[in-house]
Design a protein around this ligand. Structure first.
Ligand code: BES
Ligand code: ZN
Length: 618
C-alpha cells in the first residue's frame, strides 16, 4: 500500500512528536494512503503542461515539465500514474535523458513513476501519452453533444483520477501552480481550471495560467464547440452555442452569489468565477475546478430553482480550493463546510425559509444513508479510514450532510456572529494550505472552545467526528414551507383529488418533498391521477423526474417507461442513475429492463458512473 510517511495523525490528541514540528512540516506530516508520492523527500512546485488533443485516437500526448524541490538530497522523485504510457524522462534545462521505472501498483492507485534525479535537480520533464480508457477523460462523439456537430472532451480529476491524464504527485496535500499549452482541432475551444481564453483562434493552440497553487484533483481541461457569455464583471459562462442562452438565464444570479459569499467569508481569491456547462453525460452535478466550475446541464430547470448547486461549487473556492482536505479521509472538511456555506449563500439570496428546505432535504438524504449503511458503521464517522479502498467510497452524505450539521450545531452553540468570525479566520489562516481533521479541531479548541467545558460538551467533537451515526441529542432541521407541503399531502392522502390540491407557487424543493413523501405502494389510479394533475413523467426538472421515476418503478407504472429510458440514456449524472438502477434491480423483470437500458446507455456514461453501475448491475 502507498503511504508517503509513516507518521499518521489519527487521534484527536496531538502527539508530542507533532507538537515539536513546524507548521510547514505539519503540512506534510499527514500520510496520504492514496498517493505513491513522497513529498517530504522531493516535491513538485510548478507544472508546465504541453499537450495535443487527438480526438481520432482518443489520446492526449505531450510533456509535463515540473519545477521540483529536492528536500533531502534524494536520488528519486515519485509521481502517480495510472494507464499512462511514459515515453521518456529528462532532467534540467539541458534536457538530459534520465532513467525511470514504473513499479507494480494496483488497479485503483495506478503505478508509481520513479524518476532518477540528482541532489540539485530542479526540473523534470516527462514525455507521455494517455490511453483511450483513461478514467478521468470522457471523449464524446458529436451525437453526444447539444450541437451534434463536433466532438467534446472533458476531464474529471477528483478524487484520484488526475493521474490518468497527467503524471503527477496526486495528493490533495501537495499544491502546484501551472501553465499549459494545449493544441486542439481548429473548430474547437479549450478551457482549463485557469485563466481562460474567451474565443477560438486560428491555430487551435491555447495557453493557460494558474498562478495560485492548487492540489492535483483540481486540474481540469475541456475541449469542445464552446462559446462564452459574460454574466457580471467577474463572472461568465462557457457552453455549447445550443445551450448558452438557457444557461445565461438559469445562472443570471451567479454574480449575486459571489457578492454574498465574499460578504460572508472574505475576499474571493481566484480573480474570475466562470461556469462551464457540460453535455448531460457529466457524472456529477458540479465540480469546483478553480476559476471554472464544471456543471451538469440537468440543473437547467428554466426557473432557476436548482442553483444551490452553483452556490455549492462557488463555496468550494473557500472550503476546498483555498483550504484543502489533506487526505481523502478528511473529505468532510471539503464537503461539509461547503454544504454549510452553500446554504448560507442561499439564505442571503432567498431567505431563511429557503435555506431551511435545503437543510431538510439534506437531512432526509442523510437519514437514508445512515439507514443504508447502518448507524454503527465506521464509515458514518466524519473522520474516515479509507486505507486500501477507493477514495470514491468516502463520497457519501456523511461528509456532506453530517459534516454540515456538525457545523450547524457549532453555530447554534456559539451564535452566528462568533461562528462567522471563526470561519473567516479559519479560511485566512489556512489559505492555500491543506488541513486535516486534527488541525481543524485544534483550531476550534483554540479559537472557539477556549477551555469552556460546557461549550465543549455542547459542541461534542467526539460524538460528531469520531462516533458513527448522529449524536442522540441532535435536533432534526425543520422547514415552515415544507410544513405547508405536508398539509397538502395529508389532504391528498385523505382522498382529495390531486387536481384540487393547492400547490400554487411551489419550488422544485417543495415538489421534491411532496414526491418523496408519497407512499411506497400506490395504485395505478393514484399514479395516473398525480401524473395527470402535475405532469411528473414529462417534467423538465431533473430532480422531480428522478424522484418520480422511483415511484413509477416500484409501482410498475408503465406510462413512465419511455421517459425513464430516455432519461437514463441521455443523463450520466451518477446521483440520479444509482437509485434508479437500484430500484429497477429490485424485481427480476426490472433487472432485465435495467440491463437492456444499460446496454444502450453505457456508452454515454463517464467512467465514474460505469465503475459504480457495472458493480451494481453485474
Ligand atoms: N467536489 C464535488 C464532486 C466530487 C466529490 C467529485 C468527490 C469527485 C469526488 C462537488 O463539489 C459536489 O459536491 N458535487 C455535488 C453537488 C452538490 C450540490 C452536492 C454533485 O455533483 O452532486
Ligand atoms: Zn462539493
Amino acid at each position: 500500500m502507498a503511504g508517503s510517511l509513516q507518521l499518521v495523525a489519527c487521534s484527536s490528541q496531538p502527539t508530542n512528536e507533532k507538537q515539536n514540528m513546524s507548521a510547514e512540516q505539519m503540512q506534510h506530516a499527514t500520510a496520504d494512503v492514496h498517493s505513491f508520492a513522497q513529498p517530504t523527500q522531493a516535491v513538485a512546485r510548478h507544472l508546465d503542461l504541453d499537450i495535443d488533443v487527438d480526438f481520432d485516437r482518443k489520446v492526449l500526448g505531450g510533456r509535463a515539465t515540473y519545477q521540483i524541490e529536492n528536500l533531502t538530497g534524494t536520488d528519486k522523485i515519485i509521481f502517480d500514474t495510472r494507464d499512462l504510457d511514459i515515453e521518456k524522462v529528462y532532467l534540467g534545462e539541458e534536457m538530459t535523458e534520465t532513467t525511470f521505472r514504473l513499479d507494480e501498483g494496483d488497479k485503483v492507485l495506478g503505478r508509481p513513476l520513479i524518476v532518477d534525479i540528482k541532489p540539485d535537480t530542479k526540473k523534470v520533464t516527462i514525455a507521455y501519452r494517455t490511453r483511450p480508457e483513461a478514467a478521468a477523460l470522457q471523449w464524446l462523439n458529436p451525437q453526444q453533444t447539444a450541437g451534434k456537430k463536433h466532438p467534446f472532451l472533458f476531464t474529471q480529476s477528483q478524487a484520484i483520477l488526475a493521474r490518468t491524464w497527467i503524471p503527477i504527485q496526486d495528493s490533495p496535500g501537495i499544491r502546484i501552480t501551472y501553465k499549459a499549452k494545449v493544441k486542439v482541432p481548429k473548430a474547437l475551444l479549450a478551457v482549463m481550471s485557469a485563466e481562460n481564453p474567451v474565443q477560438k483562434n486560428e491555430n487551435g493552440v491555447y495557453t493557460f495560467s494558474m498562478e495560485q497553487p492548487i492540489p492535483s484533483y483540481l486540474m481540469a481541461l475541456s475541449v469542445g464547440d464552446l462559446t462564452f457569455r459574460n454574466i457580471g464583471e467577474h463572472t461568465g459562462i462557457y457552453a455549447e452555442p445550443a445551450t448558452i442562452e438557457a444557461a445565461a438565464y438559469e445562472f443570471a444570479e451567479m454574480d449575486k452569489m459571489l457578492v454574498a459569499a465574499e460578504k460572508l467569508y472574505g475576499r474571493y481569491r481566484w480573480d474570475r468565477y466562470d461556469l462551464l456547462v457540460l453535455p448531460p453525460s457529466f457524472p456529477f452535478g458540479g465540480m469546483e475546478n478553480p476559476r471554472l466550475t464544471f456543471v451538469t446541464p440537468t440543473v437547467l430547470a428554466k426557473d432557476r430553482s436548482l442553483t444551490s448547486l452553483i452556490a455549492h461549487e462557488l463555496a468550494h473556492s473557500w472550503s476546498g480550493n483555498l483550504v484543502t482536505n489533506a487526505t481523502w479521509n478528511d473529505f468532510w472538511l471539503n464537503e461539509g463546510f461547503t454544504v454549510y456555506f452553500e446554504r448560507r449563500i442561499m439564505e442571503e439570496l432567498y431567505g431563511r425559509d429557503y435555506a431551511d428546505m435545503l437543510h431538510v432535504l439534506g437531512y432526509q438524504d442523510l437519514q437514508e444513508t445512515l439507514a443504508d449503511k447502518g448507524a454503527d458503521n465506521p464509515d458514518t464517522r466524519l473522520k474516515l479510514d479509507l486505507a486500501g479502498r477507493d477514495p470514491d467510497e468516502g463520497l457519501t452524505d456523511i461528509a456532506y450532510e453530517k459534516g454540515n450539521f456538525f457545523l450547524v450545531n457549532i453555530e447554534r452553540a456559539v451564535g452566528r456572529e462568533r461562528f462567522d468570525a471563526f470561519l473567516n479566520k479559519y479560511f485566512s489562516t489556512f489559505a492555500f494550505e491543506s488541513t486535516n481533521t486534527d488541525k481543524f479541531l485544534d483550531f476550534l479548541r483554540k479559537e472557539l472552545i477556549q477551555g469552556d467545558a460546557q461549550l465543549a460538551e455542547q459542541i461534542n467533537v467526539d460524538g460528531w467526528v469520531y462516533a458513527p451515526g448522529l449524536p442522540a441529542d441532535f435536533k432534526a432541521p425543520r422547514s415552515s414551507r415544507f410544513a405547508k407541503v405536508e398539509q397538502v399531502y395529508e389532504a391528498w392522502k385523505n382522498g382529495k383529488p390531486a387536481a384540487q390540491l393547492n400547490t400554487g407557487d411551489w419550488s422544485s424543493h417543495e415538489w421534491l418533498h411532496f414526491i418523496r413523501m408519497l407512499p411506497e405502494q400506490m395504485s395505478q389510479q393514484q399514479m395516473a391521477d398525480l401524473d395527470k394533475a402535475f405532469n411528473f413523467t414529462n417534467s423538465g426538472n431533473s430532480e422531480v423526474l428522478a424522484a418520480w421515476f422511483l415511484h413509477a418503478i416500484r409501482n410498475n407504472y408503465v406510462s413512465a417507461d419511455k421517459a425513464l429510458e430516455e432519461f437514463l440514456v441521455r443523463v450520466g449524472r451518477r446521483k440520479f442513475l444509482v437509485p434508479i438502477y437500484k430500484a429497477l434491480t429490485a424485481s427480476p423483470a426490472g433487472k432485465k429492463k435495467a440491463l437492456a437500458i444499460y446496454a444502450k446507455a453505457r456508452p454515454n456514461y463517464h467512467a465514474v458512473s460505469t465503475v459504480t453501475l457495472d458493480e451494481l448491475l453485474k
